[in-house]
Design a protein around this ligand. Structure first.
Ligand code: SF4
Length: 274
């Protein structure tokens, strides 16, 4: 880490400790980001991604800024490599075809989070490529984005195993999600999207450690580490339940996301049904 960057981080941490009941911490990802930074005096953000007890904290708005640090693709690469080699869940490491890290634009404003790869994703190494994934892609396009504009990842990076000779997928267990969650946390810390969308109750449990029914959770804003989080149904649910009312709910959630992103919404989009 460059000396000025280090000095700035220490000063920011001390300031947080003095002014808060919470212990300051700087994640490995953020320190790595500082290490890669060209430290140029302007204004703040990257170093301000120090958090107290999960709350995002700004140090000084007029403080120095890290410029050129955000080669997010470069920052994601070592995490991808760790995931590729990961054997923390021995049963999944031995049954997977490959890990499924995430896909899309590392500079995305919008990030979708699902629960785990299924059989298609395990084969192709990319999240949301099966039938549910095709529906997600349709939703993304209806929002006027290309799939490559957003970032898509799962809580779990390996396909949950199923007994040999059986078909279909199973949801990840809480232990599996807890074990794999740190990788997702690092992805979010690097990408820093403006809005997160969690797809389904299992993804919510994996991300927030919170259980609830979709009826309670969806359609309103939550937050993850200061990032607005919209919870909506997993596209697989819409494949099982083709009722227009359910599809419309998901679309209304996406309209809220577009508003939050300050994207223009056409009349056609307002009246759209998936
Ligand atoms: S699910 Fe995650 S933690 Fe478990 S082996 Fe795969 S990459 Fe590692």
């Amino acid at each position: 880490m460059t000396e000025p960057a280090l000095d700035f981080v220490i000063a920011a941490l001390e300031k947080i400790r003095e002014s808060s009941d919470h212990s300051p911490r700087a994640s490995r990802t953020m320190l790595r980001r500082l290490q890669l930074a060209d430290f140029v005096a302007v204004s703040l953000p990257a170093a301000a991604e120090l958090r107290t007890g999960g709350r995002q904290t700004s140090a000084s708005p007029s403080g120095p800024r890290l410029q050129g640090a955000s080669n997010k693709a470069q920052l994601l690469e070592p995490i991808r490599e760790r995931v590729c080699a990961c054997k923390k869940c021995a049963h999944l490491a031995s049954s997977r075809t490959q890990t499924v890290f995430g896909v899309g634009n590392p500079d995305a404003d919008l990030m979708f989070i699902g629960e785990a790869p299924g059989v298609d994703e395990d084969q192709q190494g990319e999240p949301f490529v099966g039938r549910a994934g095709q529906l997600l892609t349709k939703i993304i396009k209806a929002m006027n984005f290309a799939r490559g504009d957003v970032y898509i990842a799962n809580v779990l990076k390996c396909r949950p195993d199923t007994p040999s000779g059986t078909f279909g997928n199973r949801p990840p267990t809480p232990v599996e999600m807890q074990t794999c969650r740190p990788y997702l946390v690092e992805q979010i810390e690097i990408i820093q999207p403006k809005v997160l969308v969690a797809l389904g109750a299992v993804a919510v449990e994996g991300l927030l450690g919170m259980r609830g029914t979709m009826r309670e959770l969806r359609g309103r804003w939550h937050a993850y580490n200061g990032i607005p989080l919209m919870i909506t149904y997993h596209p697989a649910y819409l494949l099982r339940n083709q009722a227009p009312s359910e599809k419309r709910k998901v679309w209304e959630d996406m309209l809220q996301v577009l508003e939050r992103l300050e994207q223009p919404i056409t009349e056609r989009q307002r009246n759209y049904f998936l």
